[in-house]
Design a protein around this ligand. Structure first.
Ligand code: ATP
Ligand code: MG
Length: 452
């Protein structure tokens, strides 16, 4: 018996009053059986969508017909949202993505048989809590195994997203995958290839968002999914590195991503960590001493990452941040950097991005040695950056003591020349902050403008 939250019992009363049955299904049941908190409640019922809507509205709740084509309505009850789906089956997946036909069925057992994995095919009848588990999902949850409902090859051929869901659940829960289920993945890659970029991205995001993303990515590699979705990363296997590096580029990338995940860092940092070195497989060369070199791999990597992230339709904001971090991850700070060099570094990175770049470097350092770097290994640079930021010196055009209008008053013709002069003035001020005074800047500008 599972503990049934009060709100679900209230919902169940609406169904019983209408002479209908209701079951909690899907992820909520699975997560409760795993001893975790359920995050969204999906219900299944023998009532038709219009009947569900009518019953809930009669009790003063708002109902939105979110997916009536699939038999789903969304009910808002006491500030919470519930997806309610009429018992149904699916058939004839011609394109490996969308069922051609859905049909309502009479029993919860039939409804459960269309679901992907045994752990996701358990229902709990409301309000009492009777468990319906025709595929022994509870045993699999107990053994921490992911197994298809029915024949894996058939189930993956119907819907090419399922293999990806499989590896992402494995990554999220630390579960293993049943052999027959795992073996079916390489055989259905062509079906997965047809799935939309957005649906694939959502699964990738959940792997990256899990506590140990490498678990998911290694399963992807083992089954061919990595080559199918992220060939840029897959080819980093066996790209060996020398010097302080202990791992090939793929393991190094996965470790960096794991580190960022373990620290709870943002999605952008995790993406940057995962892809920061993908340029290496492209620029890899051998120098005259027989040592591998990876010159400018950060630039190549940034270009590849931009293409890759765009392919999965990530938002421009996410792409820009991740790509910027990748492009700039190779800075080599030494104590002999002048203050001007530190100021230029801040300007190039942008103040807002600095914490994320430090994080990326931490992840990179961890994944080089395989052990945490000294927590303060970036401290000398961070301290100097902090000091300069505290002095509030000019770091951008808007911080200059003069503006475009001052230049016009000085006789510079309005137009692009104004921007060029302002940028040069900023360069001068980055070198020597003392110059950021109106008279001094006007004097320099006057000279630049041919002494006018
Ligand atoms: P999450 O915790 O990520 O929400 P979930 O299992 O609840 O996991 P949903 O996408 O919310 O995933 O789907 C709810 C349920 O619908 C699943 O538990 C499963 O029973 C079924 N389901 C979802 N997607 C598929 C699919 N592609 N093929 C078969 N059944 C699916
Ligand atoms: Mg769910």
């Amino acid at each position: 018996m599972l503990f049934i939250p009060r709100i679900l019992k209230d919902l169940a009363r609406i169904f019983t009053a209408g002479g209908k049955r209701s079951f909690l299904v899907g992820g909520a049941v699975r997560d409760m059986l795993r001893g975790e908190k359920a995050h969204d409640f999906d219900l299944a019922t023998d009532a038709a969508p219009e009947e569900v809507a009518a019953m809930f509205r009669a009790h003063g709740n708002s109902v939105i017909p979110t997916g009536v084509k699939h038999g789903t309505v969304t009910a808002h009850v006491k500030g919470e949202t519930f997806e309610i789906t009429t018992f149904r089956t699916e058939s004839d997946y011609h394109d490996g993505r969308h069922p051609e036909k859905i049909a309502y069925t009479a029993t919860i057992e039939e409804d459960l048989s269309r679901r992907d994995f045994t752990m996701n095919a358990i229902a709990v009848e409301l309000p009492k809590g009777r468990i319906v588990d025709p595929f022994n999902g509870r045993v699999d949850i107990q053994n921490r195994v992911i197994r298809c409902v029915g024949n894996p090859l058939e189930r993956f051929s119907e819907d090419g997203l399922r293999p990806l869901r499989c590896v992402r659940f494995a990554s999220q829960f630390g579960f293993s995958v049943d052999k027959e289920t795992l073996d079916a993945i390489p055989q259905t890659l062509s079906i997965t290839a047809k799935v939309s970029a957005e649906r694939k991205r959502d699964e990738l995001d959940k792997i990256i968002g899990s506590r140990k993303p490498s678990a998911g990515f290694l399963l992807m590699e083992q089954t061919g999914l990595l080559h199918e979705l992220l060939p840029e990363l897959a080819v980093c296997r066996n790209v060996e590195q020398k010097g302080e590096h202990r791992f090939d580029v793929l393991d190094h990338s996965l470790l960096a991503c794991d580190f960022a995940a373990e620290k709870g860092w943002s999605h952008e940092v995790r993406l940057a960590a995962l892809f920061h070195d993908i340029g290496k497989s492209v620029v890899c060369a051998m120098n005259e001493f027989g040592v591998r070199t990876f010159h400018r791999h950060e630039r190549e990597g940034a270009a590849l990452a931009k293409e890759l992230l765009s392919r999965f339709r990530y938002s421009n904001a996410v792409i820009d941040t991740a790509v910027h971090l990748i492009e700039n991850h190779m800075f080599q700070y030494t104590e002999d950097w002048s203050d001007a060099a530190v100021r230029r570094f801040i300007v190039r990175i942008g103040e807002a991005h600095l914490p994320n770049l430090y994080r990326l470097r931490h992840a990179d350092a961890f994944a080089t040695a395989g052990e945490p770097p000294r927590p303060d290994f970036l401290a000398p640079l961070m301290d100097r950056v902090k000091g300069i930021l505290e002095e509030k010196e000019a770091l951008s055009l808007k911080d200059l003591a003069i503006s475009g209008n001052d230049l016009i008053a000085l006789g510079v013709k309005p137009g692009p020349r104004i921007g060029v002069i302002l940028h040069e003035l900023l360069e001068a001020v980055l070198d020597d902050p003392e110059l950021n005074a109106k008279e001094k800047l006007l004097e320099i500008a006057g000279k630049m403008n041919g002494g006018a």
